[in-house]
Design a protein around this ligand. Sequence first.
Ligand SMILES: C[S@@+](CC[C@H](N)C(=O)[O-])C[C@H]1O[C@@H](n2cnc3c(N)ncnc32)[C@H](O)[C@@H]1O
Length: 217
Amino acid sequence: MNAYNFVAPFYDALATLVLGQKFHGSKWAFLDIIQRGDTVLVVGGGTGANLPDILKRCGKEGKVIYMEASEKMLDKAKKRIPLNISGQVEFICRADFKFQEECNFDVIVTQFLLDVLTDQDITALFEEVNQRVTSDSKWLFLDFFPVRDKQFLIRLMITCFGILTQHPRKELPDYAGFFTKGGWVAAKEMSFEKGFYQAKVYLPAPKVIKSDTISLK
Ligand SMILES: C[S@@+](CC[C@H](N)C(=O)[O-])C[C@H]1O[C@@H](n2cnc3c(N)ncnc32)[C@H](O)[C@@H]1O
């Protein structure tokens, strides 16, 4: 059984209890980057608290691809969507980030996802996503950062998720390293709880043109 199926029934309540209402609210940071007509990819969106707002922002002309590893999380997300707009969301239950769609993603949303993935999974995610982005794509990222006065809580969360999902992560990932290596650059940042969790908007880094490829006729 998928480990997240086990926590799905009480995930939101537990997270709010341990981390507070601000944690929940942070998932709305920078949603305004989503424009009418956008194709939005949400990976690991859990119970989809902000999914109705994401849908509202991309409108009838846009669509959301909602990829989640846990069927139970996915079921909860589905229940948030009124029937009349359910056709605007494609719910996909898989954990390997393999996208069948031909489309490019205008916005990629990962919130509190990278911290529960292994480094190999994060590399795979970037490889898959990068095949479907354009120079105008944006990546909305939100996750925990290792601030000093939250060390105990961070260690506790990593240990609990490590046991639950049986993965070997011992510390938070080097997010900036993955984004830089993947060709993304941070354009906007918002900090919560003195940097304990941070939302960032990443854009594709401008491509460096090698001088030996420029013709000087
Ligand atoms: C810590 S929860 C965060 C949920 C939600 N984004 C939030 O902010 O509350 C991580 C979520 O990522 C999902 N997940 C974990 N590994 C995944 C993978 N490889 N592919 C897709 N979803 C994944 C889990 O099922 C879970 O719903």
